[in-house]
Write a protein that binds this ligand. Structure first.
Ligand SMILES: [Zn+2]
Length: 173
């Protein structure tokens, strides 16, 4: 029970940190993505939200076959977690992948002129406590992506870092 409460408290603090950091650099800036990584017991949960413009080059509703192909190629690329992130250790295996590009299919851009792509990965890592760093792989492939505002949480620590093409490593300490 105590452990559960502790984790819940940590997640609350983490959410508050995410919300304030997101607020500081505004929710949707082209070239900027937001990443959260939570390492809890042997599970690693990753969420990344990026403007569609930064991954696809456009942000309007898909209408042509060429645009549909670009979206499916991007989804395929992002579905391979090795194209996105590499953990230095932990023996992580991917359990769940979700690439959400539904913004590109909706025609509600009158109210929401921007579109976002979100990535969720859940890993099972039998040696999660050995994970000391992770490297982001996105900048080479997506050259419109300039910065990733990363926030991370383990059972004992939390931190944040701004990544770019020359600074791609998160140290979990
Ligand atoms: Zn936009």
């Amino acid at each position: 029970m105590f452990i559960l409460l502790k984790v819940a408290a940590a997640i609350c603090i983490f959410s508050a940190v995410s919300a304030s950091a997101a607020h500081e650099h505004s929710a949707h800036i082209h070239g900027h993505a937001e990443l959260t990584i939570a390492i809890e017991k042997n599970n690693v949960d990753l969420n990344l939200i990026a403007p569609a413009e930064s991954l696809l080059g456009f942000e309007y509703k898909v209408t042509t076959p060429e645009e549909a192909l670009k979206v499916s190629a991007m989804k395929k690329h992002l579905s391979e977690h090795k194209n996105v992130i590499h953990f230095d250790s932990g023996e992580c295996q991917i359990k769940h992948v979700n690439i959400n590009s539904s913004d590109m299919l909706n025609d509600d851009h009158h109210e929401h002129p921007h579109a976002e792509i979100s990535i969720n990965y859940q890993f099972h890592c039998p040696k999660a406590n050995e994970i000391s760093s992770a490297t982001l792989k996105l900048f080479k492939h997506y050259n419109k992506l300039k910065k990733i505002y990363a926030m991370w949480l383990t059972s004992s620590q939390q931190g944040s870092i701004v990544l770019d093409d020359k600074n791609t490593k998160i140290n979990f300490q």
